[in-house]
Design a protein around this ligand. Structure first.
Ligand code: ADP
Length: 395
């Protein structure tokens, strides 16, 4: 019987894919397509623990997807015979239309394309991912899982920006939130690790990757999140600033004559850790800080200061917080960020155990002291598994 799900994340600048068994929670093969549209593209494919690579031009997403599929055949696993029962697609923006995992039909594709207004960098490549996979596997269920979906439970007060209502409604300007699949998965894992019913656990999730976002989750239900209309708002990120006075953009428009494409480029590519320190890779930043680089130190401090501010805000939003969970590349690996962003919060019942925090592991784990009222955890995220499980429900 077919028991595998192929998860496709055809993103703005890369394509990630995984072939996995959602019930056994086992990965069969996975890959990453990068440098799409550049002179030299790159694919790294893993099957049965063996790495294979492709180096060469990858003109666009469609070519990248075809090449990725070819990697399966070239490494000895013809996808048509692999026992795939469904395809799960990560879709960034579901707007006010899609909340739950949705079976993809031509009408659904048309709606995702319409929502590209709200996510011009993301929804179009997501749709290419769907079209290429559907052409290849026309008889399998294709399921869209939306990054915004988990946050549809937020209150009107939490999602409304205080601007002219008519303008806001006409152009769909409100908070949506992103990384929802990760925030949902991690908050569920927290309840498992604490061995408590999900409905009883209030959690602050800190998803710190290249993109970064925080959320407040009450009993498994999202009540707040830091990303907004777009994934620009909130925490400091690799190349994005997070919160900034909107007046600063008006000022740059007037004083520097920057137009919309220039501001877009500044905010999406030349801000965050990169804007502050010259690079967006957190490992390099840590090395520079250790070497006494002052720009890197400031970037690090701005990053942790912002995190601490959000933790404080979400403590107030939730009232009682049972857990704070760190996840994604930086959250799972950078012990210093976890320690520095929560230091001094002992009077609020948050106390990290230094030794537990420094311990490296790929397992979900508690890193607070036994006496800490709020438990602090590291929970490896697994969006692919969450998407595969969602897609499996349609088999
Ligand atoms: P995304 O999925 O948004 O591209 P990831 O969750 O993979 O991002 O996180 C990428 C970030 O994690 C990078 O800034 C990278 O430097 C950082 N990172 C990865 N491993 C480590 C590590 N061992 N220590 C510190 N930072 C790390």
């Amino acid at each position: 019987m077919s028991k595998l799900v192929l998860v496709v994340n055809s993103g703005s600048s890369s394509i990630k894919y995984q072939l996995l068994d959602p019930n056994a929670e086992a990965v069969v093969a996975s890959g990453l397509v990068e440098q799409i549209g550049e002179v030299e593209g790159h694919i790294e494919h893993k099957y049965r623990g063996v790495k294979s690579e492709f180096q060469g031009p990858i003109p666009d997403h469609e070519a990248g997807l075809h090449l990725a599929y070819r990697m399966f055949a070239d490494t000895g696993l013809a996808l048509e015979d692999a026992g795939i029962a469904a395809i799960g697609h990560r879709i960034v923006h579901g707007g006010e239309v899609f909340y739950d995992p949705t079976l993809i039909t031509p009408e659904v594709i048309a709606e995702i394309e319409r929502l590209a207004d709200l996510a011009p960098l993301h929804n179009p490549p997501n749709v290419i991912g769907i079209r290429v996979a559907q052409a290849r596997f026309p008889d399998l269920p294709h399921v869209g899982v939306f990054d915004t979906g988990f946050f549809h439970t937020m209150s009107k007060a939490a999602v409304t920006y205080a601007i002219d209502t008519e303008v806001a409604e006409k152009y769909g300007v409100r908070r949506y939130g992103f990384h929802g699949t990760s925030h949902q998965y991690v908050s569920e894992q927290v309840a498992k690790v604490l061995d408590r019913p999900l409905a009883d656990v209030n959690t602050i999730v800190l998803h710190l990757g290249n993109g970064a976002s925080a959320s407040a989750v009450r009993g498994g239900v999202a009540v707040e999140t830091s990303m907004g209309l777009t994934p620009l708002e909130g925490l400091v990120m690799g190349t994005r600033p997070g919160d900034i006075d909107p007046g600063a953009l008006l000022h740059l428009g007037r004083a520097a004559g920057m137009d919309v494409p220039q501001l877009d480029e500044l905010l999406n590519q030349r801000s965050g850790l990169k804007g502050l320190s010259g690079g967006n890779d957190f490992r390099e930043l840590t090395l520079k800080v250790a070497a006494g680089d002052e720009r890197a130190k400031l970037a690090y401090d701005v990053y942790t200061h912002r995190l601490r501010k959000y933790v404080g805000a979400y403590l107030a939003v939730l009232g009682r917080v049972d857990a704070i969970a760190f996840t994604a590349g930086v959250g799972e690996n950078a012990a210093s960020i976890r320690a520095d962003s929560l230091s001094g919060l002992e009077p609020l019942g948050i106390e990290i155990d230094i030794a537990a925090n420094d311990q490296r592991s790929s397992e979900a784990r508690i890193i607070s002291t036994p006496g800490s009222r709020t438990k602090v955890l590291v929970v490896p995220t697994n969006e692919e598994l969450a998407i595969a499980k969602a897609a499996w429900k349609f088999v």
